[in-house]
Ligand binder design. Structure first.
Ligand code: KG4
Ligand code: ZN
Length: 369
């Protein structure tokens, strides 16, 4: 088992699971708050924009080209060199396998050459533990992860103690935003552009379905909503700019409504399972957490339900390596057995909760998280 006895732990984190090449150094000193010493994220958005989505081969090549320089920059920004680092933590899944290979192999090489321990991190665990890095929140809490590849509600009760309470049975929420944008002729990535258009639209013009609302099943679904948007758009084509804005506003309202319904169900379950939790919290993560309308709806829901609403800074909600370095520190503190990390093979699919039944067809090719 890895042992770090120093009073000061410093971990280098590496993230390459999708279209961000990222490296970061995070430190934790005894009895003080963790510190992000550096956090470098290079987005590949421009390289993929022409294709309307992430192209795995382009992503992997871009990681190869950029990663060494990004790691050097992260160490330099933190004012440390490899000898000051206690361990190297790298995303080992889930994600695009080409990118995962680049990141994990680089981490293995650095750790082996510097004689440092290696920690293979599940990308979803990085998202799940971020609020402890930024807000120091205590277990247990609920995580709503809404990104381009995942839409999940996870009960987080400790390091390694995760239970998925809901997932999507078809599209991820970010994916639904991206596909809606594409249908309406808005540029990639779709989410921010749909939100921008929605701000100028009339949300009451179209009455879109709220998939799964009121269902006894806890999961999410967005493909029906996407179809409804397509039908509405086709029916009034060609679309004016105002039509697009009205569709976006109506779509966003339907999403916020459907998501809050699913989250309320989970908050109630959390209350039942943890009646003694004095300050229960809902934490959001993933790119869709940038959406103000969704955030405000969730905030209101939490306020009315006695939950604290925690939204880490956006830079740490979207993909980054600080969350991977922090997950590494959490492993070290909790004494997780990561001795086999040098033998770890990257996993394109790697559920955080290995006990809950997988849902066939959920999420997009296990790629973006
Ligand atoms: O977490 P993230 O940066 O990357 C991964 O998916 O790993 O999330 C990206 C997703 C995209 O689908 C993007 O369209 C969506 O988050 N997104 C948004 C907004 N900003 C980003 N969706 C809705 N509203 C936004 N403002
Ligand atoms: Zn992610």
């Amino acid at each position: 088992m890895l042992k770090v006895c120093d009073e000061l732990i410093r971990v280098l984190g590496i993230e390459t699971s999708c279209d961000e090449t990222a490296a970061s150094v995070v430190s934790l000193a005894n009895d003080s708050k963790p510190e992000i010493l550096s956090n470098i994220v290079l987005s590949q958005i421009e390289e993929h924009a022409a294709f309307g989505g992430v192209v795995p081969e382009i992503a992997a090549r871009a990681h190869v080209e950029a990663l060494d320089g990004i790691i050097e920059a992260a160490l330099a920004d933190a004012g440390v060199d490899l000898s000051d680092i206690d361990a190297v933590a790298a995303t080992a899944g889930p994600g695009l396998v080409g990118g995962l290979i680049v990141g994990l192999m680089t981490a293995k090489a650095i750790a082996a050459a510097a004689g440092k321990p290696l920690i293979a991190i599940n990308h979803l665990e990085g998202h799940a533990l971020t609020a402890r890095l930024t807000e120091g929140i205590e277990f247990p809490y609920l995580l709503l992860l809404v990104s381009g590849g995942h839409t999940q509600i996870v009960r987080v009760a400790g390091v390694g103690d995760y239970q998925r309470w809901a997932t999507t049975i078809d599209d991820a929420l970010g994916e639904a935003f991206d596909k809606t944008a594409k249908m309406l002729g808005l540029p990639y990535p779709g989410g921010p552009n749909v939100e921008k258009a929605a701000a100028k639209g009339d949300a009451s013009r179209f009455s879109f379905p709220r998939p799964m609302k009121g269902s006894a099943q806890p999961d999410f679904s967005f493909s029906g909503l996407k179809t409804a948007v397509r039908q509405a758009a086709t029916a009034i084509a060609p679309l004016t700019e105002q039509d697009v804005c009205d569709i976006c506003a109506s779509f966003q309202l339907a999403v916020a409504d459907a998501v809050t319904d699913r989250v309320l169900r989970a908050l109630n379950r959390f209350r039942d399972e943890f009646p003694d939790a004095t300050a229960p919290a809902l934490v959001v993560a993933g790119g869709v957490a940038a959406n103000l309308a969704i955030k405000q709806a969730l905030e209101k829901l939490c306020l009315g339900s006695g939950f604290r609403f925690v939204a880490p800074p956006l830079k740490l909600c979207t993909d980054n390596a600080a969350m991977i370095a922090w997950a590494g520190i959490e492993h070290l503190k909790a004494g997780v057995d990561d001795d086999d990390a040098f033998d770890f093979v990257p996993r394109s699919r790697w559920p955080l909760d290995t006990i809950s039944t997988p849902i066939v067809g959920s999420g997009r090719r296990g790629a973006k998280a």
